[in-house]
Design a protein around this ligand. Structure first.
Ligand code: PAF
Length: 282
């Protein structure tokens, strides 16, 4: 049996009301569909921590800075519902675009600072789209807890900042990145890689962990970074937008080596943009 699909906001709100009146806690897992084990780990976390779990599926046009990327984004509602069935999700909210952005829609939620670097610098407007839809989904679902993957580390920081600044009463919970056996971070975009490219894509995580280990042993970051860039090129990767070491709390370049750092990367492989990040301890 498939998970219960709810399309109208009024139906979701009616359902939510009964849960709140019964004193139940509600968790939300926002997604754009094309679900994989990374998403399902968030669903498991939501079910473990809350009485009720809502999964949202909405391919948000406002966060795609590239129309071709939006057109190619996988839409797999039927198989998503089947994948969710074993998890006993209480509602799968799949709104229509005109319910989310009706005629005359005029509001954007924008988070400065964290939106300006890395993903924000390479995907202009992307984070305004993300913070706008996530704020709306928080308000629409009325959830008390929200579950996001650390795979999108910058997005997680952005969402935490937005919820805090707007006083939205929700705990934003970050969950570990789920990886293929090869180390490749799970992503809906991986569906667009051939089996051969998918195997090659694992090189990114391999080089990230190698650079992090050598950094932890005291080696010079610029030397490690250049070596990783050379090896990515040799492995047939295309443009490397960034392969950078940043402060884990601000995402600014590392100035204080005593503070936790994060290694973040965005690279192209066979027309598919891959992102990943890992913690670096020194
Ligand atoms: O991470 C995603 O899939 C999307 O950015 C999100 C959080 C569902 C907003 O559209």
């Amino acid at each position: 049996m498939s998970a219960p699909i709810v399309r109208a906001l009024s139906d979701l709100r009616a359902q939510h009301k009964t849960w709140i009146l019964a004193g139940e806690t509600v968790g939300v897992v926002p997604t754009m569909g094309a679900l994989h084990d990374g998403h399902l780990s968030l669903v498991k976390a939501a079910k473990a921590a809350c009485d009720r779990a809502i999964v949202t599926i909405f391919v948000n046009p406002k966060q795609f800075n590239n129309p071709e990327d939006l057109a190619k984004y996988p839409r797999t509602e039927q198989s998503d519902a089947e994948k969710l069935a074993p998890y006993d999700v209480d509602a799968v909210f799949v709104p229509e675009a005109d319910e989310i952005y009706p005629d005359g829609y005029a509001t954007t939620v924008s988070v400065s600072g964290v939106s300006d670097v890395l993903e924000g610098a390479f995907r202009p407007g992307h984070f305004d789209g993300v913070s706008t839809i996530v704020a709306k989904l928080f308000l629409m679902t009325g959830a008390q807890r929200a579950f996001f993957g650390e795979k999108d580390y910058q997005q997680l920081m952005l969402v935490r900042c937005m919820a805090r600044d707007l006083n939205i009463p929700i705990d934003v919970i970050g969950c570990p990145t789920v990886r293929e056996a090869s180390g490749l971070a799970m992503s809906s975009r991986n569906m667009r890689l051939s089996a051969e490219a998918k195997a090659r894509a694992a090189k990114l995580y391999e080089l990230m962990t190698k650079a992090a280990t050598q950094l932890e042993r005291g080696q010079d970051w610029t030397v490690l970074q250049q070596a990783a860039l050379d090896q990515l090129a040799a492995a047939g990767f295309g443009e490397v937008e960034y392969f950078d070491l940043r402060c884990a709390q601000t995402l600014q370049p590392v100035t204080d080596t005593a503070k936790p750092a994060r290694l973040l990367a965005a690279v192209w492989l066979d027309g598919v943009r891959l992102i990943d990040n890992i913690a670096v301890t020194r």
